[in-house]
Design a protein around this ligand. Structure first.
Ligand SMILES: Nc1ncnc2c1ncn2[C@@H]1O[C@H](COP(=O)(O)OP(=O)(O)OP(=O)(O)O)[C@@H](O)[C@H]1O
Length: 217
């Protein structure tokens, strides 16, 4: 469960105050995959970062009581001087998972042969993005946070293989997606909210949220 209690967040730009949340209260219970519709530049990334614990509230309380992912596509903690194998084992320990399992999973999915035992600074851009995607998939969370879109790489065959695992994972977990477009929400979300003037208006169905979003646009 993620709960925001009277949370306020704003940024001072030097000229004006940009309000993201103004005493907003809402919760994301386990099992209720939720979409948040908000136009570009209104604070989607900030809200997802607050849910991930990467950004603090100015006021109010954020209660995080499940295993919550980082925003998908971002895995921090990987060291370019270490091998793919070493990084996989390190990240596994960081998240309290079995290093053997994480190593085997990443090795199978990424399929970069001897490069798995070479420092990651020697990887091509494509290898690196496949590796990061596979590493992300090796970590299991209760709630997955998605900022706008699902991660993908330039490798279509890899995307099919990894995308199928990700799709299955998201369907059986709780997902929070922030997006300016209702389209991506339709696949995973059963309910949705609309961010407007610093408040989050939660609706029981995506249809109702879309109506308000379109009406106010
Ligand atoms: N550290 C900061 N200092 C000042 N302003 C910030 C800071 N971080 C974000 N902002 C501003 O807050 C607003 C919301 O930013 P955020 O990135 O959360 O929005 P977004 O909806 O994800 O945007 P986009 O759709 O363009 O990616 C923007 O106007 C941004 O410029």
């Amino acid at each position: 469960m993620i709960e925001f209690r009277n949370v306020s967040k704003s940024f001072w730009t030097g000229k004006t105050r940009k309000v993201i949340l103004d005493r907003a209260s809402f919760s994301i219970p386990l099992g209720q995959s939720t979409g948040i519709l908000a136009p570009n530049g209104t604070g989607k990334t900030t809200i997802i970062n607050m849910m991930a614990g990467l950004e603090k509230a100015d006021e109010g309380k954020i209660i995080r009581s499940s295993k919550i992912s980082f925003p998908l596509g971002v895995v921090s903690g990987v060291n370019a001087g270490q091998t793919g194998q070493e990084n996989a084992r390190y990240i596994a320990r960081l998240y309290g998972l079995d290093p053997d399992h994480v190593e085997a999973f990443v090795r199978y999915l990424v399929d970069i042969r001897e490069y798995f035992q070479m420092p990651m600074r020697t990887y091509s851009q494509g290898m690196k993005s496949r590796y990061m995607f596979a590493l992300m998939l090796s970590l299991e969370f209760d709630i997955y946070l998605i900022d706008e879109g699902l991660p993908s790489t330039m490798d279509a065959a890899f995307n099919r293989k990894a995308g199928a695992i990700l799709d299955e994972r998201l369907r059986r977990s709780t997902v929070v997606i922030v997006s300016h477009s209702p389209r991506i929400l339709e696949r995973y979300c059963t309910r949705a909210a609309v961010l407007r003037n610093g408040r989050l208006n939660m609706f029981d169905s995506l249809r109702e949220a879309k109506e308000m979003y379109d009406y106010a646009a």
